[in-house]
Write a protein that binds this ligand. Structure first.
Ligand SMILES: NC(=O)c1ccc[n+]([C@@H]2O[C@H](COP(=O)([O-])OP(=O)(O)OC[C@H]3O[C@@H](n4cnc5c(N)ncnc54)[C@H](OP(=O)(O)O)[C@@H]3O)[C@@H](O)[C@H]2O)c1
Length: 213
């Protein structure tokens, strides 16, 4: 699959490296062409830096890996508001959260909903915002693999995102439509709050016996 990554920072490189190892082709773009070149170089031969205007037409899936503050600008750079992403799966990984306090930055709504508004017609899936990019690929068995909660309105886009998560070694859990995205984004903020309080978030949620739930 040809995966386009919008963003040239840490998440773009780490996810790109993991998907390259799974045999995918990566296209990288961002607001700074030299950063896109550098990110593609760090990923390796499977990755190429492309002009923002060329990205949408060449991609099967677009992964958004930019700072929350740059979400609208970045999607605009690739023609989102003009419909360039209509019919495409767009995986939004952004955290609209203050990393130090865990507080959500937008008072209402979600980053994923903003992505959907900025790229009309795109099939937006919220996914992969919770785990560090460097956690992938997960090398262990599927039975103990990290569960990636995802949400979105389009079944085919959810399937595509789930397949890409499988290629990282993870397991996708579809938790609802795109209206569940704020809760997923809040969950990342919760994790940051628990870390700020000096605890491992893994121990801050109950261990549920699914056989008895
Ligand atoms: N790092 C992780 O492990 C991880 C895991 C899950 C989710 N995330 C989320 O993924 C996103 C990226 O994280 P990161 O760690 O990769 O951050 P990063 O290394 O700081 O990279 C941020 C990226 O966003 C771009 N950007 C920032 N402001 C922008 C603007 N106004 N317009 C356009 N582009 C802009 C940067 O472009 P320039 O280089 O030109 O500044 C860069 O490509 C964040 O929302 C983060 O919460 C990160």
């Amino acid at each position: 699959m040809t995966i386009a990554i919008l963003g040239t920072g840490n998440l773009a490189v780490t996810l790109g490296q993991a998907w390259a190892a799974a045999g995918h082709t990566l296209l990288l773009t961002g607001r700074d062409p030299s950063r896109a070149e550098e990110a593609a170089h760090q990923i390796g031969p499977a990755a190429t830096a492309v002009n923002p205007g060329d990205l949408a037409a060449r991609a099967d899936v677009l992964v958004v890996a930019v700072a929350w503050e740059g979400l609208e600008a970045a999607l605009s750079l690739v023609g989102g508001p003009s419909g360039s992403l209509a019919g495409k799966t767009v995986i939004d990984c952004t955290n609209p959260v203050d990393y130090a306090t865990g507080e959500m930055k937008p008072p209402s709504g979600s980053a994923a909903a903003l992505a959907a508004r900025t790229a009309p017609g795109a099939f937006v899936v919220k996914a992969l915002h919770m785990y560090a990019g460097a956690s992938w690929p997960y090398p262990g068995p599927q039975t103990s693999a990290p569960v990636v909660a995802i949400c979105g309105d389009e079944p085919a886009a959810l399937d595509r995102a789930a397949a890409l998560i499988r290629d990282l070694g993870g397991r996708a859990a579809v938790v609802g439509g795109l209206d569940a995205a704020r809760q997923l984004e809040e969950a990342a903020g919760f994790v940051m709050r628990v870390v700020a309080a000096g605890h491992n978030p893994r121990q801050a949620v109950p261990d549920v016996d699914l056989g008895r739930a």
